[in-house]
Design a binder for this molecule. Sequence first.
Ligand SMILES: [Cu+2]
Length: 98
Amino acid sequence: MKHWLQATLLSAALAAPVYAAQPQSAEGTGVVQSVDAKAASVTLKHDPIPSLQWPAMTMPFKLAKPELAKGLATGQKVKFTLENSNTGYRITTISVVK
Ligand SMILES: [Cu+2]
């Protein structure tokens, strides 16, 4: 009986469309507000990201690799790629735009 219940709950969770709707990656642009190389994190004031239905906002992003923080400084305009991980969206590429 218990196994039947678990199987039913599992298939219900797998079928939930809310998870399938999350894109695996997205691109965005923004301005660097601060860089924390030690924490592999950068705070960006990003433009709207239509594919994620995110409005413009200022928020911290985790960097997939600490090296991505190299060369970044407050005030730079950047473009970046986000990848969906089990801890949320994190930056996999980021470069300065002129
Ligand atoms: Cu945001």
